[in-house]
Structure formats: structure tokens, C-alpha cells
Design a protein around this ligand. Sequence first.
Ligand code: 5GP
Ligand code: MG
Length: 199
Amino acid sequence: MPRTDIIATMQADIERVLISRRQIAARVGELADQISGRYAQYPEGLVIVSVLAGAMVFLADLIRHLPLRMRIALVGFSSYPGPATEAGDLTCVCPLDIDVERRHVLVVDDILDTGRTLRRVVSDLRRMKPASVRTCVLLRKPGKTEGDFEPDFVGFDIEDVFVVGYGLDYDDQYRNWPDLVVLKPELYGASPAACDRAS
Ligand code: 5GP
Ligand code: MG
């Protein structure tokens, strides 16, 4: 199938663009400025711990705007098995493989929803006795977060809809779409909960 046709079929799945690639690029630059300002005081730099796989596009853009020494480590959890848009149990599928003792750690994730993922990552990290742990999310759904978890850096507050694109997936697809978008409700045929959230 020619490339333009592939793009057209993906385009046809999109109901609306929530945040455009231009808006994302501008905000990532602003976030990077805030983060650089905060960590400039540490000549030894920081460790960025990022959460697979949704944060990978955000991480790739963000780190190229950070004029800081850094190490990067990845952790992975499985919470949305297959074509599901409601989180299941959190299973660690890729443990942290770096020593963060006495280091400044910044956790980077795609989206803060209930907060269970970030809470878990932060509590696992704290046991490793880092000098500090801060968190950065591209997206946050206000009102959804359980407890009083406050990320240190937030790109956008969004409404409670299921978003894909810019690294975020539905059934492991759409991660390569450059904008953050909402899919047409009929695509979530097997998962009625998502229809409610996408409408
Ligand atoms: P939490 O643990 O905060 O409930 O959820 C965090 C993870 O769930 C995110 O890192 C992301 O992978 C996934 N998630 C939450 N909301 C959405 C959404 O609207 N779209 C997609 N694609 N993933 C989401
Ligand atoms: Mg994630």
C-alpha cells in the first residue's frame, strides 16, 4: 500500500486533534527550560528514568532540549493489556537497571491518570536512596489522580478522554502519529468503556 494511503487510513480513524504537533513542540521546549533551570545547580547531572513505552517519543524530544549531563534508564509496566483502555494490574515487565543511590532522579512519563504507575516508580526509586526524585509528565488528567500526587513538571492538563499519538497507543498502535488525538468511538468496539471516555 503506498505511504499516502497508509496515512489516509490512520487519518480516517481520528475523531479530533486534542493537541497538535506544533503545540507539543512549543510546550516541550518550555518544559525543558523549566527542568534545565531546576537541575543546572547539579554539575554531576541527573538520571532520567522513563516509563516504557508511552513516554518514548516525549523522552526523545525532551532530552534533546536539555543541556545537562544525564544518564537514561527505562522501566516498563504492563497495565493496559491488548485492546483495553481501562488499566488492569500493574506488572513490572522491565525493572530498573541502574544505580541511583545519591543521584538526582527525574522520572519522565507520558500521562498521569490515576497516578498508580508514577507512585509505584517513585516508591521503588526512593528505596534506592537517591539524592532527590522529581517527576515530569507530558499530560495530566485533573480529577483522575488518586490521592494527592503532584508531578513537579506538567506539559498539559487535559480532559478525561483516551488519547493516542505522540507515543501513546491504543492496542499498540498509533504511537507514531505526531499529534495527540482522540480516536473515533467505533474503533473501541470491544471496549465500551472507551466509547464513553472518547465521546
Ligand atoms: P496511571 O497509572 O496514572 O493510571 O496511568 C498511567 C499510564 O496509563 C500511562 O503511562 C499510560 O501509559 C496509560 N494511560 C493513561 N491514560 C491514557 C490515555 O488516555 N491514553 C493512553 N494511550 N494511555 C493512557
Ligand atoms: Mg505509560
